[in-house]
Structure formats: structure tokens, C-alpha cells
Design a protein around this ligand. Structure first.
Ligand SMILES: [Fe+2]
Length: 204
């Protein structure tokens, strides 16, 4: 098992909040034809909408999330008893639309770089089935399904398909990085300062 799916992840109201945040950015940002060889392959830009012909998609990074959505994601991924927790990077999200009007949608097998050790792939809306490959398993999402995957550990991709005009898949990508909880940070600081030994006992 290399990933986990949660069905029917957001409520109707939460989807409306997300759609409003996305539309706000799509309607106010400049839409730029982005070529990796010229502009950079993994360049993070949160002030424009990238149109990538080679990938057949447009992406809009850095969409601000309402507080209740941030809390919902953190609650879904974190075990209350763990000393580590996943935190949304920048407390924002990336919106992506795959559509042949942008080029030929294509996502070949790859591992991500960077610090996001967990990604929540959320299918907002689609009028086709297009499975997500994680390692050698395929997962077909319905709208409002969420797939958690570890993009640094597992190769992920979309199987090739022939696209027709009008077909689309709209996704949200929530990047999460592993952080250390406050109590645990305090403990490490105390060890560093010689207040506690490694077993948590006071030094004599
Ligand atoms: Fe990726």
C-alpha cells in the first residue's frame, strides 16, 4: 500500500470556498505561456497562471486557503499522539487543469524534488476517468476524492491517453512537509541546553 484514498473529502460549503479562492486568482493573474527550458523547470511562481503546452495543463500556485480548510487537512493527516506532524507548505495550494486546449496532457513517471514529503492530490472536477499511478498501482479518483501519496519515495504518473476536445481534469495539490511538534522542539532545545538528558530526566 503506497497511498491512501479518502472518498468525499470536502463538504459542499468547503468546495464553494475553494472554488471562490481559485476563481479569484484565475481571474486576476496574468496567464503566461511557460516553457521549462526557458523559464526553469521547477520554478515556483505564485503571481501568474502558468500555461504549459508540454504538459497540457495550466497551474496556479499559492492559492490562499481559508483557516477551516487548513485545519481540516492537518486533522486528516496527523495522528494526535505522534511527535511529528505534517504542515501545509506556505498554507497555500496549487490548482491545476489538464485540458487539450493547453497542449497534450502528459505526466510521465517521476519523483518530486523539494521538501513536500506528502502530497494530497484532490480531484475537484473532471469529465473523464484518468487514473493516478503511484509506483505500480493505479488509482482512479472520483470528484471530491483525495489521494495521499509520498512523492519523494514513490514514482508517480498518469497513464497516456488520447484526449478529445472539451475533456478536462481539475485538481488541487496540497504540499505537506514533516515538521516537529512544539513539545518535541522544546525537548530538543532542553537537551541542547543541558536541562534534560535524552530520557527526559533532569540532570543532577
Ligand atoms: Fe510529482
Amino acid at each position: 500500500m503506497n497511498s491512501v484514498i479518502i472518498d468525499n473529502f470536502f463538504s459542499k460549503e468547503e468546495i464553494e470556498q475553494l472554488s471562490a479562492a481559485i476563481n479569484q486568482e484565475l481571474s486576476t493573474r496574468e496567464h503566461v505561456e511557460w516553457v521549462d527550458e526557458i523559464h526553469g523547470k521547477y520554478t515556483y511562481v505564485d503571481t501568474i497562471v502558468k500555461i504549459q503546452e508540454q504538459l497540457g495543463r495550466s497551474t496556479c500556485s499559492g492559492i490562499q486557503l481559508p483557516k477551516n480548510i487548513i485545519e481540516k487537512i492537518h486533522d486528516a493527516v496527523n495522528d494526535k499522539n505522534s511527535t511529528n506532524e505534517y504542515v501545509l507548505m506556505n498554507y497555500t495550494v496549487t490548482y491545476a487543469e489538464y485540458n487539450p486546449k493547453f497542449g497534450t496532457p502528459d505526466l510521465s513517471p517521476h519523483y518530486d524534488g523539494g521538501k513536500a514529503s506528502l502530497i494530497l492530490d484532490y480531484q475537484l472536477e473532471s469529465n473523464i476517468d484518468w487514473a493516478i499511478g503511484v509506483d505500480d498501482e493505479l488509482h482512479t479518483l472520483k470528484d471530491n476524492d483525495a489521494l495521499f501519496l509520498k512523492p519523494l519515495d514513490y514514482s508517480h504518473y498518469r497513464p497516456k491517453r488520447i484526449w478529445k476536445d472539451g475533456e478536462y481534469v481539475k485538481m488541487l495539490y496540497f504540499d505537506l512537509r514533516l515538521d516537529t511538534k512544539f513539545d518535541h522542539k522544546l525537548k530538543i532545545n532542553n537537551i541542547y541546553n543541558g536541562v534534560q538528558n535524552r530520557n527526559g530526566e533532569e540532570h543532577a
